[in-house]
Design a protein around this ligand. Structure first.
Ligand code: DER
Length: 232
């Protein structure tokens, strides 16, 4: 499809522009990152690159192993040269909503450990304000025993709607790689995302939010016309 082609072009552009030999690369989660990992594996083979990869989820770990790339972790490599990951939406200030795939916590940790955090996305994520195209809200990872008080605190302070993310192929809620639950907060107006991120993180029981504020250095958008749009 057009979106898949766009994801592929964004993934290739990011890997070709930001990955060099002897680097530690953070590997994101979701569907777009698969194209970047495919390109990375191709370059490792063709150019005999010495690269180690740090995953941001069980899915990313499987992807690294399946593509024959060298798996590492933050114990061995707490400083990464670059992290590449997808996004659910990007606004004009490069604030991201992430967590559509429920991997936001390890993604934010790895992105924060990288000298350069590079985002890849198709044209559907390219917004000027959050909520313009992404309608599923901001994912928030919470400790299971606290999901009700956290829900109430968010509704009281910020309004909107909050829903516990339910699994599709399993009865009950989605359980993250960290054995937690996900709340999806559907906000109803624009906010100061830096302040909101901080305020939500302070609520007891919140592990992480899917608001990535002042983290992305550059975003590669695969566009409908086959080009790649870069936003810094
Ligand atoms: O869940 C996540 O954070 C993913 O990285 C998401 O933001 C992008 O997933 P996609 O590449 O499948 O759209």
């Amino acid at each position: 499809t057009m979106a898949e082609e766009a994801k592929k072009r964004a993934g290739i552009a990011a890997v070709d522009n930001h990955v060099q030999n002897n680097q530690v690369v953070g590997v994101g989660s979701g569907s777009t990152i698969v194209y970047a990992v495919d390109r990375l594996a191709e370059r490792v083979r063709q150019e005999k690159l010495n690269i180690v990869c740090v995953p941001t989820s069980f899915q990313a770990r499987q992807l690294i192993l399946q593509r024959g790339l060298t798996l590492s972790d933050l114990d061995r490599h707490p400083e990464l040269d670059v992290a590449i990951d997808g996004a659910d939406e990007v606004d004009s200030a490069l604030t991201l909503i992430k967590g559509g795939g429920g991997c936001l916590t390890q993604e934010k940790i790895v992105a924060g450990c990288a000298k350069h955090f590079i985002v890849i996305a198709d044209f559907r994520k390219d917004s000027s304000t959050l909520g313009q195209q992404w309608k599923k809200g901001v994912p928030i990872e919470v400790i299971p025993m606290a999901y009700v008080p956290v829900t109430r605190a968010i509704l009281r302070r910020f309004g909107g709607e909050v829903a516990l993310r339910m699994a599709v192929s399993k009865a009950g809620p989605v359980v993250t790689d960290n054995s937690n639950f996900i709340l999806d907060w559907k906000f109803e107006k624009a906010h100061n995302w830096k302040e909101v991120n901080t305020a939500i993180k302070m609520i007891p029981g919140v592990v992480e939010t899917g608001l990535f504020v002042d983290m992305a250095e550059r975003v590669y958008f695969g566009m409908e016309d086959g080009t790649v749009r870069v936003r810094d």
